[in-house]
Ligand binder design. Sequence first.
Ligand SMILES: NC(=O)c1ccc[n+]([C@@H]2O[C@H](COP(=O)([O-])OP(=O)(O)OC[C@H]3O[C@@H](n4cnc5c(N)ncnc54)[C@H](O)[C@@H]3O)[C@@H](O)[C@H]2O)c1
Length: 332
Amino acid sequence: MAKEPVRVLVTGAAGQIGYALVPMIARGVMLGPDQPVILHMLDIPPAAEALNGVKMELVDAAFPLLKGVVATTDVVEACTGVSVAIMVGGFPRKEGMERKDVMTKNVSIYKSQASALEKHAAANCKVVVVANPANTNALILKEYAPSIPEKNITCLTRLDHNRALGQIAERLKVQVSEVKNAIIWGNHSSTQYPDVNHATVNTPSGEKPVRELIKDDAWLNGEFIATVQQRGAAIIKARKLSSALSAASGACDHIRDWVLGTPEGTWVSMGVYSDGSYNVPAGLIYSFPVTCCNGEWTIVKGLPIDEFSRKKMDATAEELTEEKALAYSCLS
Ligand SMILES: NC(=O)c1ccc[n+]([C@@H]2O[C@H](COP(=O)([O-])OP(=O)(O)OC[C@H]3O[C@@H](n4cnc5c(N)ncnc54)[C@H](O)[C@@H]3O)[C@@H](O)[C@H]2O)c1
């Protein structure tokens, strides 16, 4: 018997990530090739015409899994009945704007969208925030949607995770599918800590640690980390636009693994509500290594952390603590 369609919300759907993301969802990349979907696309009134253009293209693409499209500037209509929410819409930092001004705009967007999701989304709706500052936007969403279980509110660091796998694969000249278990700790910002201490590569003679294969700790502790941290800026320099297809693909990976599960022996990175694991302050949305099973993520516990890692994990936590304070000051 055919499955019931799942309603998936994409906010900021008229933007560049939205344009890359909605066809992926409609093709089954996010929820599986046998899962019909109804897309709910939200944007703001100045983007309404562009949003309608995206809807027209979705109709023209004749996706067999796409059972309906809601394109709207009404947040209540957008949130009604959705089981998955991909929050891409936000206010970008423009030249000359202070950090606090951008934060004020985004805090107010995420506060009001939290209320709409809480009142109108499906009870067990899974939320991933993509829009920056992603971790702190997710935290605000969590605070203002108290009836949504806190485990259901996450932010996207899977793009950074995938970037780390990609850099290792390029350096070792192996397929990226053979590399696993990198970790992104902390904030989706340049203080994030891409950690390969537990990452492995599948080789013809078995699974080998990345450090053993690369044999260049100076590169792994220096250039590699900086490249992953600064990759977003490098894409902007090259494309004159920020990363969109890789962000959309990362969002699909994030939800797919969360809903359908991570493969045995593999973890991924997700920004989730900290429970104090690894001495990360509780009450932040912080990126951890997680495994997923039956629609639930679990932080991978007990990984040994060396002094180098500890410092980097603390630095990114500190930045998130500051962002949280700034966000709260914008609310008052
Ligand atoms: N977490 C990640 O890995 C990651 C990666 C890349 C980009 N990003 C972030 O994702 C966001 C979107 O990037 P983009 O390149 O698509 O930007 P974009 O400017 O092309 O699109 C953003 C869209 O959001 C809409 N929007 C603004 N306010 C809204 C609101 N209140 N409700 C609904 N929609 C609203 C805009 O009208 C626009 O269409 C940015 O904040 C960007 O920094 C995050």
